[in-house]
Design a protein around this ligand. Structure first.
Ligand SMILES: *Cc1c(COP(=O)(O)O)cnc(C)c1O
Length: 459
């Protein structure tokens, strides 16, 4: 008999979570103004809000924390992190930051100015926020296939080279500070970018003299998909693939709360020493001195260890197979979601499930609230609320996709939890036509409104 697949770890420490009643959840959701970000974590049974900073560190990472060097300048932990970035990504220079958006803030303070154009595959929300805050524009050049959720395409994060080249020819070089490639592409569903596409983007960028920056939060998951799906990469190690990916980049920003499996941390890495010098000034102003940048020594140590573990095949296989396991159950139940499944999450197609609810009533948000009411499971809306208003017209932007993201934290839940999630979603799916109305906005912030928006039910 063929042996079934099993996780490549065993569990040394556990944390209690608790189920609640439907009546409790109704009360809590109302008090949270129907914004799942406002719930207390104790009001959640299975928390799939994000895979960011929610992973479980390994025994080796905890051990590394104990040997953290908390010196203000020149700490050993800084040099451990520097060595890990050099070994794994190949960059000579880096700056620690407290998380990914801080890395964007520092780097964009040097590179992005008012009126600039920043093309890429679908930009992540904080990335776009930092671009638009500087009165520059993010242009989405993702391939059209990414927007058809039922279409099975191995690399839905790929950049459409024709779209990209048309941006590069339309605007002068001085107006395009960089091309940002997000690996894996978070906003199009955790979808990978192929090595061939990364190479082609770099060739195009070189032709027009524009630097390439990787938004690297899930770079290791991207490398796993290259190994599994791209011709000629089956026999390469994840670390070899990562090296090649980054040979086509000039710089990178990284939220280490994802593939470096730490609870807090990030960095900027680059080849150009001049850029490092310029960015250092902003790092000192916004984050901290250049050898800690908002991180404690112990956290830098855990990050260095996490970069190594996060680029091991066995770890990635365990992780991604769990996401696929959830996907297989949903497929069996006939629930529409973005195919193929992404690296870190399942993106449920709320537009299809709640097609009888108008988009003005926030279909994905409505589905998220229903799933919470059903079983205390928290997902997150990737739809109209997240897409925010157009900065000029202030009209709501309606994205092509209305998705409910179920992000799976790393090394945290078991497959039994995944079974509960699938069953709960099936129950909501079966009673979908009884969900008559969505929500209206009562209160919202001028930028990145999804974190704090207040909603009310439409009666
Ligand atoms: C999470 C993330 C960021 C922002 O990082 P934070 O650590 O949350 O500030 C930027 N880009 C991508 C692709 C991300 O997934």
């Amino acid at each position: 008999m063929e042996l079934p697949f099993a996780e490549s770890f065993k569990i040394k420490m556990v944390e209690t979570i608790r189920r609640s009643t439907r009546a409790e959840r109704e009360q809590w959701l109302k008090e949270a103004n129907y914004n799942l970000f406002n719930l207390k974590s104790d009001q959640v049974f299975i928390d799939l809000l994000t895979d960011s900073g929610t992973g479980a560190m390994s025994d080796k990472q905890w051990a590394a924390m104990m040997t953290g060097d908390e010196s203000y300048a020149g700490a050993r932990s800084y040099y451990n992190m520097k060595a890990a970035i050099k070994n794994i990504l190949g960059f000579d220079h880096f700056l620690p930051t407290h998380q990914g958006r801080a890395a964007e803030n520092v780097l964009f303070s040097v590179l992005v100015k008012s009126g600039d154009i920043v093309p890429g595959n679908s930009h992540f929300d904080t990335t776009k926020g930092h671009i638009e805050f500087r009165k520059a524009k993010a242009v989405d050049c993702t391939i059209d296939e990414a927007f058809d959720t039922e279409l099975d395409h191995p690399f839905k994060g790929n950049v459409d080279l024709v779209k990209l080249e048309s941006v590069l020819t339309t605007y002068p070089k001085e107006q395009i500070p960089m091309i940002i490639i997000t690996v894996t592409c978070n906003s199009s569903g955790g979808q990978p970018v192929s090595i061939a596409n990364l190479r082609a983007v770099k060739q195009l960028a070189d032709k027009y003299g524009i630097p390439v920056c990787y938004d690297s939060a899930r770079f290791a998951e991207n490398a796993y998909f290259i190994k599994m799906r791209e011709e000629g990469y089956q026999d390469k190690s994840i670390k070899e693939i990562v090296k090649e990916m980054y040979s086509y980049a000039d710089m990178a920003t990284m939220s280490s709360k994802k593939d470096a499996i730490v609870n807090m941390g990030g960095f900027i890495a680059m080849r150009d020493e001049e850029l490092w010098k310029k960015a250092s000034t902003y790092n000192i102003m916004f984050e901290g001195y250049v050898t800690y940048g908002g991180m404690s020594g112990r956290d830098m140590n855990a990050l260095a260890q996490g970069l190594d573990e996060g680029t091991e095949f066995e770890y990635l296989e365990t992780r991604i197979k769990q996401v696929e396991y959830l996907g297989e159950m949903l497929h069996e139940y006939g629930i529409p979601f973005q195919k193929p499944v992404g690296g870190h999450a399942i993106f449920v197609d709320a537009k299809k499930i709640l097609s009888h609810i108008p988009k003005e009533e926030f279909q994905a948000q409505t589905l998220g609230c229903e799933l919470y009411l059903e079983a205390g499971i928290r997902g997150v809306e990737i739809g109209t609320i997240l897409a925010d208003r157009d900065p000029e017209t202030r009209e709501n932007r309606y994205p092509e996709l209305e998705l409910l993201r179920l992000a799976i934290p790393r090394r945290v839940y078991t497959n039994n939890h995944m079974e509960v999630v699938a069953a709960a979603l099936k129950n909501v799916f079966n009673r979908r036509l009884n969900i008559k109305h969505g929500f209206k906005i009562i209160e919202e912030a001028p930028i990145m409104r999804h974190f704090t928006v207040h909603l009310d039910k439409i009666k």
